[in-house]
Design a protein around this ligand. Structure first.
Ligand SMILES: NC(=O)c1ccc[n+]([C@@H]2O[C@H](COP(=O)([O-])OP(=O)(O)OC[C@H]3O[C@@H](n4cnc5c(N)ncnc54)[C@H](O)[C@@H]3O)[C@@H](O)[C@H]2O)c1
Ligand SMILES: [Zn+2]
Length: 379
């Protein structure tokens, strides 16, 4: 369903390219080891050197800020760096306003370019600020978590949170380039790394049986950050995401397939108050439930949830539902923003690599699957 892209440069085996074709909003995703040290250079074919503002967390600045900035300076860019505190709470209008203040103090104009150096929190926040500062200025993504490499840095969803809900204020606004340096994953915690792998598994289930089998066969190499295996799964994941976004940039329908496992996952995250699981872990459990629901609805064989559970366990991800009240889970499902006209849309699996968007799943069917799970103590 998606096209394999040729290597970025024949003579540069360290860099791969995936293109995302969106007319005048098209851009490249460059994937390689150590390419954070070349961002200024890589940006040159797109922009004349002018002014860049790198926005990142203090800890990521300590690890990688200097290397990224050094190349911009070397290539003739005027460079500033702004730090924002770590954590989901930085995805706020308050934090965005602080960034607007900084940008105005630095006299940034519409030719200035923002660089999001970090995970999904930085990417979503910087993308939102870029979309709104002076009615929109260019930005690029330099993702440093596996989740942001394979998911949040690609596709142009930007947002901040509102006290009443996550990602409630945002814009579709595409970056001009994504520079994904696999080496940065070496400093990421195991927990965050494995959580990112859940999104890679998701791509296998929704679109690519070969990717799924590749993960089944090579999970040890992948857990150990083998750069060749990692390159393959990141490139394949980005190509799948690009292909989905190309077909439905603004999520009118088809892009929803990227939410596989997320309907249950969001309910689990919210009912455990975002403290028990990181996002990818909740998605892992959500995907298991979604495949069990698919089986119970007669869409797939028993083999699908069995293989998925085995793979997620091998990757060190949770597969069991925490002790939650199943009625509370149902209530939370109906509050998810993807609920349209009080119908819950589910992405159900037909076989590994093939799914169907369904809005006819009954509450009774969902309850049956939830109650069949041993880890639910109350009904
Ligand atoms: N825009 C989208 O399409 C999209 C898709 C999925 C998720 N998201 C958003 O992404 C966010 C989650 O992103 P995330 O999982 O990357 O979390 P994150 O950005 O909070 O990063 C997780 C932690 O890892 C640290 N970190 C990042 N890179 C590191 C590195 N290389 N070495 C050491 N530490 C590092 C961060 O400082 C942070 O503490 C959520 O807000 C979610 O809503 C957006
Ligand atoms: Zn996700």
């Amino acid at each position: 369903m998606y096209a394999e892209q040729p290597s970025f440069k024949e003579n540069n085996k360290n860099m791969q390219r995936v293109g995302i074709e969106l007319g005048e909003r098209s851009y490249d995703i460059l994937i390689g080891s150590g390419i954070r040290k070349q961002v200024g250079e890589l940006l040159k074919p797109i922009f004349e050197p002018s002014r860049v503002i790198v926005i990142t967390h203090p800890s990521i600045n300590n690890l990688y800020g200097e290397e990224v900035v050094a190349n911009f300076i070397e290539q003739g860019w005027t460079t500033d760096i702004i730090e924002v505190p770590e954590g989901e709470s930085s995805k706020s209008l308050g934090q965005a306003e602080k960034l607007y203040d900084h940008l105005l103090e630095l006299n940034c104009d519409r030719k200035s370019i923002l660089v999001a150096l970090g995970g999904g929190v930085i990417g979503d926040l910087v993308g939102f600020v870029a979309a709104t500062y002076q009615r929109g200025i260019p930005f690029i993504q330099v993702p440093t978590t596996l989740l942001s490499l394979v998911d949040s840095s690609v596709g142009g969803k930007t947002a901040v949170n509102h006290p009443k809900g996550k990602n409630m204020i945002g814009a579709f606004y595409q970056p001009r380039l994504v520079v994904a340096d696999l080496e940065t994953l070496q400093t990421l915690s195991q927990k965050e790394y494995r959580a990112g792998l859940a999104e890679v598994v998701k791509y296998g289930v929704i679109a690519d049986a070969n990717l799924f089998e590749f993960l089944e066969t090579n999970y040890e190499k992948i857990i150990n950050l083998d750069q060749n295996f990692l390159t393959h799964i990141v490139k394949t994941s980005c190509a799948i995401k690009a292909s989905v976004v190309e077909k439905d940039e603004r999520e009118s329908h088809y892009r929803m397939i990227l939410n596989f496992g997320h309907t249950f996952g969001h309910a689990i995250e919210s009912l455990t108050e975002y403290s028990q699981f990181v996002h990818g872990e909740a998605v892992a459990i959500g995907m298991v439930l979604a495949t069990k629901l698919s089986h119970s609805a007669g869409k797939c064989s028993e083999d699908v949830p069995r293989r998925l559970e085995a793979l997620l366990k091998n990757l060190g991800l949770p597969v069991n539902m925490p002790a939650l009240n199943s009625s509370a889970v149902i209530k939370s499902l109906y509050h998810d923003k993807k609920t349209v006209e009080n119908k819950i849309k589910f992405i159900l699996v037909k076989e590994i690599g093939s799914i169907e968007i369904v809005d006819q799943v009954s509450e009774a069917e969902i309850l049956k699957v939830l109650r069949a799970n041993l880890f639910i103590t109350k009904s």
